[in-house]
Each structure stands twice: as structure tokens, then as C-alpha cells.
Design a protein around this ligand. Structure first.
Ligand SMILES: [Zn+2]
Length: 69
């Protein structure tokens, strides 16, 4: 009875940083924009004059314990 030759040591997977870096920057940027709109979009620092964005993320703001009113 013969077994096929199988390598016992798995080959390491290489993930080049150059391929990940643009996606990591995009995810970080989108996360920071989302965090801004949830945490600080109101009053003097608001991007939009109306309060639609603030009201849209209002429950998330309270869920994450950001001060609101
Ligand atoms: Zn509130």
C-alpha cells in the first residue's frame, strides 16, 4: 500500500502590503467619515445645514454613547 507524497508543511500565504494598502486606506477613510457623521454631525461643526443626517444616525449616536442633547 502506497500513499501519495504529500508535503506535511503547508505553504505560507503571502499577502503583499502593496495590494492591501489602498483598500486599507479606503476602509479607514470610510470608517472615519461614518464615525464623524455618527458622533459630531450637529451644531456648529455640521456639514449639512439641516438636521437630517443627525436625526438619521440619532439612535446610533446614543447607542455608542456619544453626547447629543
Ligand atoms: Zn439624542
Amino acid at each position: 500500500m502506497s500513499y501519495p507524497a504529500v508535503s506535511a508543511v503547508p505553504a505560507p500565504i503571502r499577502i503583499p502590503v502593496r495590494e492591501i494598502l489602498p483598500w486599507a486606506v479606503l476602509v479607514i477613510l470610510l470608517s472615519l467619515i461614518t464615525l464623524y457623521f455618527i458622533s459630531a454631525e450637529q451644531g456648529a461643526v455640521s456639514v449639512f445645514a439641516n438636521s437630517y443626517v443627525h436625526e438619521f444616525v440619532h439612535d446610533g449616536r446614543h447607542l455608542l454613547a456619544f453626547p447629543c442633547h
